[in-house]
Design a protein around this ligand. Structure first.
Ligand SMILES: Nc1ncnc2c1ncn2[C@@H]1O[C@H](COP(=O)(O)OP(=O)(O)OP(=O)(O)O)[C@@H](O)[C@H]1O
Ligand SMILES: [Mg+2]
Length: 254
C-alpha cells in the first residue's frame, strides 16, 4: 500500500514538473565541433506561441546554437538539457527531434535541385508527423501556388525562403527555427516574409529567429537573447534591446 502511494506520487510529480516547464527550455547546454568549444553554457526559454530573436555578432554562435537545438551531429552536445513541449530533445538524434516537432530552416534553405515547388513540399510530407496540407501552404503563399510546377531552385530568393518555410509547415511543427530568413533579400521582400511570419505567429507557432537584420527581427519578436562568444550576454524583451543603445552598439553593431 505504502509502496503504491510512493509510486503514484513519483508519477504525479514527474508530470507536474513537465506541466511547469516552459514550452521550449534550454538548460546550460555545451557543444563542440571536434575540439572547438563553441556553445558555452547557453540557457533560454520560450513560452508557447512567442517569438524569440536570437542575436549577436558574426561568429557569436547563433547558427551553432540552432543546430544544437535541432540535434544535428555537429556541433556535438556534451552537456545540458533541451526540452520541447515536455519532450527531452537532448536525448534525441536530429530525425527524432524533427519528429518531436522541431523544424530548422537553415540559412541556405536547402531547396532540392531537380524537384518542383510541389515536389519539394510533397517530399517533406513523406515522413510521419503531418502539419498543413499543401493546399493550405498555397493559400498562405500565393506566389508558391502560381509556381507549383516550377523547379524550386529557380525561384527568387524570397520565394525560396517561402518554400523553405512552407516545407516546415507541412511537417508537425511545434518550434520553428529560422536562420537568417531575410538574408540577401530586398527590403520589400523582407516585408513580405515578415508579414507571413506575423501570420504564422497568429497561428500560435513558437519561433526562434536568428537575423543579422536585428531591427527587423526585434520588430517581430516578443523576447530577445543576445549571444557573445557562445554565451548568453543578454536576455530580455525585444523592446528593451530596441531601447538600449549601449547594448545594441556593443553586441549588435547597430
Ligand atoms: N563546422 C565547424 N567547425 C568548427 N568551427 C565551426 C564550425 N562551424 C562554425 N564554427 C565556429 O563556431 C563559431 C560560431 O559560429 P556560428 O556559425 O555559430 O556563428 P553565427 O553567430 O551563426 O555567425 P554568423 O552571424 O556569421 O552566421 C565561429 O567561431 C565559427 O568559426
Ligand atoms: Mg550563422
Amino acid at each position: 500500500m505504502n509502496a503504491m502511494n510512493t509510486e503514484n506520487q513519483i508519477t504525479e510529480s514527474a508530470s507536474a514538473s513537465n506541466a511547469d516547464r516552459p514550452y521550449f527550455q534550454v538548460k546550460d547546454i555545451h557543444a563542440y565541433y571536434g575540439e572547438s568549444y563553441i556553445v558555452q553554457g547557453v540557457s533560454l526559454e520560450i513560452p508557447h506561441g512567442q517569438i524569440l530573436a536570437l542575436l549577436g555578432r558574426n561568429g557569436a554562435g547563433k547558427t551553432s546554437a540552432l543546430r544544437t537545438f535541432a540535434r544535428t551531429e555537429d556541433p556535438q552536445l556534451t552537456q545540458g538539457e533541451i526540452w520541447l513541449d515536455g519532450q527531452p530533445l537532448h536525448k534525441m538524434k536530429s530525425h527524432e527531434a524533427a519528429l518531436a516537432g522541431l523544424q530548422l530552416v537553415p540559412e541556405d534553405r536547402r531547396i532540392i535541385q531537380g524537384l518542383t515547388v510541389e515536389e519539394n513540399l510533397s517530399l517533406a510530407q513523406v515522413a510521419p508527423g503531418h502539419g498543413w496540407a499543401i493546399e493550405q501552404v498555397y493559400e498562405r503563399f500565393p506566389r508558391l501556388a502560381e509556381r507549383r510546377n516550377q523547379e524550386g531552385v529557380t525561384l527568387s530568393g524570397g520565394e525560396q525562403q517561402m518554400l523553405a518555410i512552407g516545407r516546415a509547415l507541412v511537417r508537425d511543427v511545434k518550434l520553428l527555427l529560422l536562420d537568417e530568413p531575410y538574408e540577401g533579400l530586398a527590403p520589400v521582400i523582407v516585408q513580405e516574409i515578415e508579414k507571413i511570419l506575423r501570420e504564422i505567429k497568429e497561428l500560435g507557432i513558437t519561433t526562434i529567429i536568428v537575423e543579422q537584420n536585428a531591427v527587423a527581427a526585434l520588430r517581430l519578436a516578443d523576447r530577445a537573447v543576445i549571444l557573445d562568444t557562445g554565451e548568453v550576454a543578454f536576455t530580455g524583451s525585444a523592446q528593451e534591446v530596441l531601447d538600449n543603445e549601449e547594448l545594441r552598439h556593443e553586441y549588435l553593431a547597430i
